[in-house]
Design a protein around this ligand. Structure first.
Ligand SMILES: O=C(O)C1=C[C@@H](OP(=O)(O)O)[C@@H](O)[C@H](O)C1
Ligand SMILES: C=C(OP(=O)(O)O)C(=O)O
Length: 430
């Protein structure tokens, strides 16, 4: 689908976000592992969480909808079923990596498949440690899906220093570890999103600035009954859209505010954005609140590489904010972006090139020469079938002089099925 976007003179109104994608997927997987019934409110209808929900049903979870909640009867760790068909993770790296951990832990032999994008993303990062735990994993060219997962020997505990700050890798190993008699430990230097530790209430210790997270069979899996907050990574599009539009005022209600996820708030704050947080509260184990953003003058910023894991999915839209900020901004230490749904450094570069802006692409990031008066006529954007690139291009399109277009815009549904409707609702026509 090619989406045409007419520029807007401003943005006004209230945004109701899609439920958090990372938490939804964990709610499904952890409910499967809980030996009892969980009631999950506000589960995401986006493609990735729906892929995960289908997979957990194939593994034995019984899912019903009641009063807008998902009622999930789990199998517990001992009664998981061997799926009759391949587990299809669709576009979701989170589904493939977290489920691989569960399958290895449970000793279930099965095949995991994904779409073309997911089948092009490296799985070596999980294959190596899972093989150290006793798994045997066959992968195309030793790295790519489909993955044939098998474990014929006893599960071995692992003490694992995370070689990259990845919440998917961390969660994968901890999930496998939850099936072991002996304790598995993951050691994290740079904090990545901590939904797994929070929702499973895993033991965590800080030792000389490193976080050590432990998991074993003796950990009880908690019931997963809570309401999932709105997705901060979806809010990011409106935070930037509001910040760069003159006279904009957006209320983004019920946003997940997990501190390992929301570095974008600090970054936009440093850039001079007018952002207020209200009504802060807890939604189960996760903090949430409402955010008001108003249009303002932005200045350039250099992102500390240590912050990258806490804003990794927000970097495509942050690049748009940088384009309208006074001065030169830099993103560095973000090579992980090259391993997402597409090579996102390349995709951001193409987006910035489509509007003829001034920037440099680096191996691990970008240098963007911004200008609050930056203007372009119109552009034809490629989304590369990547939801975050499609939505970032849409926010940029609102600033054009004439209509722009975005290719394969339906990819937004991977995380945000109502994005295009929300855009129409919030825009104030030029
Ligand atoms: O654990 C998760 O839910 C996710 C972790 C991140 O990936 P990595 O762990 O590969 O960095 C993030 O990019 C992805 O959107 C969701
Ligand atoms: C990278 C993402 O997701 P995943 O890795 O789960 O496909 C994302 O949603 O931006």
């Amino acid at each position: 689908m090619i989406k045409k976007i007419v520029p807007a003179s401003s943005l006004k109104g209230e945004v109701i976000l899609p439920p958090d994608k990372s938490i939804s997927q964990r709610a499904a997987i952890f409910s499967l592992l809980y030996d009892g019934i969980s009631e999950v409110g506000n589960y995401s209808s986006a493609q990735d969480p729906q892929s995960t929900l289908n997979c957990v049903q194939q593994l034995g979870a019984v899912v019903q909808e009641r009063d807008g909640k998902l009622v999930i009867k789990g199998t517990g760790r001992k009664q998981l079923k061997t799926p009759e068909k391949d587990l299809d993770c669709g576009n979701s790296g989170t589904a493939m990596r977290l489920l691989s951990g569960v399958l290895v832990g449970a000793g279930i032999s099965t095949k995991l498949v994904g779409d073309a994008s997911l089948s092009g993303r490296t799985m070596t990062r999980i294959i190596n440690p899972l093989e150290q735990m006793g798994a045997h994993i066959l992968a195309r060219n030793l790295a790519y899906a489909p993955l044939f997962i098998n474990r014929n020997e006893p599960l071995k505990p692992l003490k694992f220093d995370l070689p990259i700050p990845s919440a998917q890798l961390k969660s994968c190993i901890l999930l496998a570890g939850l099936f072991g008699e002996e304790m598995t430990q993951v050691i994290e230097i740079l904090p990545s999103r901590d939904h797994t530790e929070r929702l499973l209430n895993l033991d965590q210790k800080l030792v000389q600035g490193r976080k050590i997270i432990s998991a074993s069979l003796s950990d009880e899996i908690p019931e997963q009954s809570y309401t999932i907050p709105g997705d901060f990574s979806a809010a990011a599009f409106w935070l930037v859209a509001g910040a760069i539009q003159k006279d904009a005022e957006l209320l983004i209600s019920n946003v997940g505010l997990n501190p390992t996820r929301n570095a974008l708030l600090d970054i936009l704050g440093e850039m001079g954005a007018d952002i207020t947080i209200e009504n802060e509260r807890m939604e189960g184990a996760e903090p949430a609140g409402d955010i008001i953003v108003k249009g303002s003058d932005l200045k350039a910023v250099d992102i500390d590489p240590k912050m990258i894991p806490n804003c990794i999915d927000e970097l495509p839209i942050l690049a748009v904010a940088m384009l309208f900020a006074e001065g030169t901004s830099t993103i560095s230490g973000a090579e992980e972006l090259r391993h997402k749904e597409t090579d996102r450094i390349m995709a951001i570069s193409k987006m910035l090139k489509a509007v003829e802006s001034s920037f440099e692409e680096k191996e691990d990031g970008l240098i963007i020469h911004g200008d609050p008066e930056f203007a372009f006529q119109s552009a034809e954007f490629e989304s590369f079938h990547d939801h975050r690139i499609a939505m970032a291009s849409a926010v940029l399109s609102l600033k054009g002089i004439k209509e722009s277009s975005i290719k394969d815009a339906e990819s937004a549904s991977v995380s945000y099925p109502t994005f295009w409707k929300d855009l129409d609702k919030l825009r104030v026509e030029s």
